[in-house]
Design a protein. Structure first.
Length: 246
């Protein structure tokens, strides 16, 4: 393997590891701010969608009368359960005056969110490997006294990849992409599509609209964390490499 190929392979490995690491850091931040559900509730049209579709639900009543604070709490409970092995999904409840206290989720919705929890666990391992890869490459550059690829070139490469992804998403259509991804990642025969009239989960998230907003926010944060990781790596390694070897 000649030096050019080695450099390309090293740069690609470092960049990809950085992306996965940044991807995970962005997800952790979004999780701790409940994926900005409150913001998208007001600015993304979710509140209006709930007012329109919740009264049409076949199985639950009164959800349109819940407050924004209740909806934020319910979303937070779902998010927490999905990130902790799907524990407690069956016991998420809501209550409004004039209606009995009701469970939020149907059995099929609990099953779907359990599948989501399994998927999240798998993605967490991917992020862990990305973080380990990033540290391993940083050590490799340090021990070999090799300068890592420039921050600008890596950020530009990532930005180009993200632009290509967004263009493909817009050309194919977010809804079609959303459906195809579900067919790829979830077990055959497990329900994952729910009409608003059947599902308060879909209604309160205005699926897939909320997921589009989250994907946008996630992409921006991933790019920011990617830049930070590259900046840190370059500054630290530049300092170490500039110092005399022991």
């Amino acid at each position: 393997m000649n030096s050019t190929v080695k450099k390309l392979f090293s740069a690609g490995t470092f960049s990809l590891s950085s992306v996965f690491f940044a991807f995970g850091l962005a997800w952790v931040l979004l999780y701790h701010i409940d994926f900005s559900y409150g913001r998208w509730h007001d600015l993304g049209g979710i509140g209006t969608a709930i007012e329109k579709y919740a009264p049409q639900n076949y199985y639950r009543s009164g959800f349109a009368e819940t407050t924004k604070a209740q909806r934020e709490s319910l979303f937070q409970q779902i998010s927490y359960s999905v990130h902790h092995g799907a524990v407690g999904l069956e016991t998420i409840m809501y209550s409004v005056p004039g209606h009995p206290t009701q469970t939020l989720l149907t059995a099929d919705e609990v099953g779907h969110l359990t599948d989501v929890a399994i998927l999240v666990n798998k993605v967490e391992w991917l992020v862990i490997f990305g973080a380990l890869g990033w540290f391993a490459m940083a050590v490799h550059y340090y021990r070999g006294r090799i300068r890592p690829p420039s921050v600008l070139n890596q950020c530009l490469a990532l930005l180009i990849l993200m632009v290509v992804f967004v263009v493909i998403l817009l050309v194919i259509g977010p809804t079609k992409v959303f459906s195809q991804m579900h067919e790829w990642v979830f077990p055959p025969g497990h329900p994952w599509f729910f009409y608003y009239q059947q599902s308060l989960m879909s209604t309160m998230m205005w699926a897939p609209v909320l997921f589009g907003w989250i994907a946008f926010e996630w992409a921006v944060l991933t790019l920011m964390f990617f830049g930070v990781l590259q900046f840190v790596a370059n500054r630290l390694l530049h300092r170490f490499l500039a110092s005399p070897q022991p």
